[in-house]
Write a protein of this length. Structure first.
Ligand code: SAH
Length: 245
């Protein structure tokens, strides 16, 4: 696999789960663990559940916010145990693995939520796609480390069978001419878009409804590259300039 994959855990409560995730990752040959505001870390329970995977815990990168943890990633996938308010493009772990296989040497983040309530809608709306493990609809939520295990297992299986998977073209192909925008580029785009839409009085800041969420979904679904993002920002600059004339 030429993509660089990081596992991001948001606001984990139980250090034992962080250890369980490290073990699951190392079993499947993954090593990059990023933690966003973990409740207790480092912790003896994390070490003990990690068994021999303490190297992953030692090298784990701790961030204050999810935005920081994914800023340099080209493709961000949020995991969810259930459907959400605004539907987003959802793939299963096998489809995710096929996309990742075709991603070349991109940086990819797979983001996991809190044990009690998963990821917030705002966090899910930072992600290009969502991944759902098709579990029992009446009992859909897996333990955090179990969810990481299932997804990393599928990623590894796809890697082992890379030649067959090669036949299925991922949506944005391997031969793209321009670098994909990273998450930080996209967040600047959305901030600029929001500002412009307020300037032209299309967006009412006192009653924004779901406009920005829907626009995020529209643009993230296309996994835009850097030039495309620059074109959109250029259009917004020109719009803002005309408004001020
Ligand atoms: N009660 C929470 C579930 C939290 S489970 C909720 O309703 O969202 C903790 C984390 O494990 C989730 O945030 C997600 O990252 C992962 N997870 C659990 N079950 C999953 C599933 N069926 N598909 C994808 N991820 C899942």
């Amino acid at each position: 696999m030429s993509a660089e994959i990081r596992i991001v855990l948001v606001n984990t409560s139980h250090p034992g789960n962080i250890g369980g995730v490290a073990r699951a990752m190392k079993n499947m040959k993954f090593s990059q663990l990023h933690l966003v505001a973990p409740k207790k870390f480092p912790h003896v329970e994390a070490d003990s559940r990690a068994s021999g995977a303490t190297d992953i815990l030692e090298n784990a990168v701790v961030h204050e916010t999810l935005e920081q943890a994914i800023a340099d990633c080209h493709f961000v996938v949020g995991t969810s145990a259930r459907g959400r308010h605004i539907p987003w493009p959802v793939v299963d772990p096998r489809e995710l693995s096929s996309i990742v296989q075709g991603a070349g040497d991109k940086r990819i983040a797979v983001v996991f939520g809190r044990e009690d309530r998963g990821l917030t809608n705002e966090e899910l709306h930072l992600c290009h796609h969502h991944v759902h493990i098709p579990s029992n609809p009446d009992f859909s939520s897996l333990n955090l480390a179990a969810a990481v295990q299932v997804i990393t297992y599928e990623l590894r299986m796809a890697d082992l069978y890379a030649e067959q998977v090669e036949q299925q073209k991922p949506q944005w192909g391997t031969e793209w001419d321009i670098d994909l925008a990273d998450s930080a580029d996209l967040e600047r785009l959305f901030a600029h878009m929001e500002e412009t839409l307020v300037d032209i009085e299309f967006l009412d800041p006192d009653n924004p409804r779901q406009l920005m969420s829907r626009l995020r979904r529209l643009y993230l679904r296309t996994v835009p590259d850097k030039v495309e993002v620059n074109i959109l920002r250029g259009i917004m600059n020109a719009t803002q300039k005309k408004m001020k004339d």
